[in-house]
Design a binder for this molecule. Structure first.
Ligand code: GAL
Length: 380
């Protein structure tokens, strides 16, 4: 009898389990307010997501209500499911008192990216830094490091990139051409000037002090090597530069991508077939423009341009947004989440987010199709 009762009990328990409703997945509605665990719109713009030991960490610019300058610093939020976000506070605060600090309150800190270094077991953050009161002139990259994903990160320093180094794939002829280029000799925006920009007019100008870097991305490849991808040369040309083993500096090995193509906001991902894909924007400041897309068989190129991957209403304006990151969905092959920002320069903290799954055409080309509402179930 006892045994019968036990079997009956076990059956009931199983039935209950089978019938209990699955936890509802929350819809992702791009462009709307996304409240965090305190009911406040997530304040992590131009950011990235790092998946580490079962948790997603979302880093981004804290934007205030009235200015796009950094008044607080870089934020961190955590989540187990990509829809419920806990505010973990400021991962890298601005400096409040020491006016000699690069990151004194009022500077510009943009597009922070965080990667994990398996060798050093440190979390490394790079971001675009502009010095206080200098507009966008400095075009520096800054680096910080932490033992834990939520920080606080230790600010290490900032500067231009790869001083004294030329792209490793530049031929002898291309190097010789540089000698003929002189910024003073050209009138901005003329055909001759444009040709000179392609040849490396600004590359040469900045050779000694290091290359400019504004909008930027980090990418860790399957072999553990990390790369820094950034809009350089007055935002005309992208650079892809290798980071040192500790991810804290550059090795000096880099290539130029799409010279004079005016690409910003690079977001890069790699498919299982080994193809690298990169979605970028044009250069129109906070105003949205048409996304661009490139692919390459190696991180070093050659990079081939493809048509705009966006499909749907306002596809020619990236749905009103600008690319910021592509998150590979952990544990799934060729599953990627495209992330973009809808900027609100008059009310920066009210900037919104666009998250859409990346789809693939039969020939393997990525497509980003607008969806008013979707859930993470999409990736199952
Ligand atoms: C955008 C860039 C943003 C920010 C803005 C300033 O093109 O992607 O990160 O720098 O310009 O106007």
């Amino acid at each position: 009898m006892k045994r019968l009762l036990f079997v009956w009990g076990a059956c009931c328990a199983l039935l209950l389990l089978a019938c209990s409703p699955k936890q509802e997945l929350k819809p992702i509605r791009s462009g709307e307010i996304w409240p965090d665990n305190q009911g406040v719109h997530v304040n992590a713009h131009g950011g990235c997501i790092l998946y580490h030991e079962g948790t997603y960490y979302w880093y981004g610019e804290n934007k205030s209500d009235t200015t796009s300058n950094a008044m607080v610093g870089i934020m961190c939020y955590s989540s187990k499911n990509l829809t419920d976000w806990t505010n973990e506070g400021v991962a890298l605060p601005v400096e409040m008192t020491d006016t000699t600090s690069d990151i004194i309150q009022g500077c510009i800190m943009e597009r922070p990216k965080v990667i994990y270094n398996e060798r050093t077991r440190k979390f490394v953050m790079w971001f675009h830094l502009e010095l206080k009161g200098q507009g966008y002139l400095a075009a520096r990259s800054a680096v910080a490091e932490s033992d834990t994903p939520t920080g606080p990160f230790r600010y290490i320093g900032s500067g231009r990139i790869n001083p004294g180094k030329l792209p490793f794939d530049m031929t002898e002829e291309q190097r010789a051409l540089l000698d003929t280029l002189n910024v003073e000799q050209y009138e901005w925006d003329t055909p001759a000037w444009k040709e000179a920009v392609v040849k490396g007019l600004f590359l040469k100008r900045d050779l000694e002090g290091g290359q400019m870097a504004r909008d930027m991305q980090l990418f860790v490849d399957d072999d553990g090597k990390a790369y820094h991808i950034f809009a350089s040369e007055e935002n005309f040309t992208l650079h892809i530069a290798e980071l040192s083993d500790d991810f804290l500096s550059h090795t000096g090995k880099y290539v130029r991508v799409a010279p004079s193509g005016s690409n910003e906001a690079p977001a890069i991902f790699k498919k299982a077939d080994g193809t690298y894909w990169m979605i970028t924007s044009g250069c129109t400041g906070w105003v949205p423009n048409e996304a661009r897309m490139f692919s390459a068989p190696s991180i070093w190129g050659p990079w081939t341009q493809h048509p705009n991957p966006c499909v749907g209403p306002k596809a020619e304006l990236t749905f009103g947004g600008q690319s910021t990151f592509v998150l590979p969905i952990p544990g799934k092959q060729d599953a990627f989440l495209f992330m973009a920002d809808i900027w609100r320069p008059e009310h920066p903290s009210d900037a919104r987010y666009i998250w859409l799954p990346i789809q693939f055409k039969a020939d393997g080309t990525p497509v980003v199709e607008w969806m008013d509402s979707w859930t993470m179930e999409y990736f199952n």
